[in-house]
Write a new protein. Structure first.
Length: 227
């Protein structure tokens, strides 16, 4: 891809984010589009409120949200700027630049394929992340915690396919990559002996949202993890 084409994609992602951010205060009064931009990158900053089931505020975190170049195809980066969360991976914060580890890579990609917006990202990803951080502050551990890095990404597939046999997962991903969905009455490709419709049909349809390049990436990742 030519440099000017890459720049165009970056600008489109930033423009999309900025357009959504211009109205973010209507939905999240504590957050505003920052007036100043660095290298043309927009950002949102302020306070994100955590509410209980009755809509009453129970806590808040000071944050900054900066889009990645390929937004909305990937999550924006979220930074906790109030100093409450330690800057280390055990608190689901990347020490390299301090942005929050919101989800595993495959989960993020699948969510983004359904077309995220800044508002929905804050409601469905950012707030749950900080609820989990609040839980750890009070109880010393996360309510829901997944390992970091490659292990966390592999665990997504283990949970999705409901097996710890990585060879079966690799085989299944390769079958899905062929884009030839089995007949509902065929035996499932996983080798369970069950009919496809009663085994991995729904999982096949979820995972088939990944592109072949993405499936190749995950197959390679699992193979390396399995060595």
């Amino acid at each position: 891809m030519l440099p000017n084409q890459i720049l165009g994609l970056v600008n489109n992602g930033f423009l999309t984010f900025k357009k959504e951010a211009e109205f973010i205060q209507n939905e999240h009064p504590g957050l505003i589009l920052d007036a100043e931009e660095i290298n043309g990158t927009p950002s949102v900053s302020g306070i994100v409120q955590l509410e209980d089931e009755n809509g009453s505020s129970i806590d808040s975190y000071k944050i900054k949200i900066i889009p990645t170049a390929d937004y909305p195809n990937r999550f924006p980066h979220v930074f906790e700027t109030g100093g409450r969360i330690p800057n280390n991976i055990d608190w689901h914060v990347y020490p390299s630049d301090g942005h929050c580890c919101i989800s595993s890579i495959p989960e993020e990609i699948l969510i983004c394929k359904k077309r995220i917006s800044l508002h929905n990202f804050i409601v469905n990803q950012v707030k749950p992340y900080f609820f989990n951080q609040k839980y750890r502050e009070h109880h010393g551990y996360f309510l829901k915690e997944r390992p970091h890095g490659i292990e966390g990404n592999v665990l997504f597939f283990i949970e999705t396919f409901k097996t710890r046999d990585l060879a079966i997962i690799i085989k299944s991903l390769d079958v899905i990559k062929q884009r030839n969905e089995p007949n509902r009455v065929n035996l499932c490709f996983c080798g369970s002996g069950l009919k496809y419709r009663k085994c991995h049909r729904e999982i096949y349809r979820v995972i088939s949202a990944f592109s072949n390049d993405e499936l190749d990436f995950f197959i390679g990742m699992i193979m390396r993890f399995n060595q």
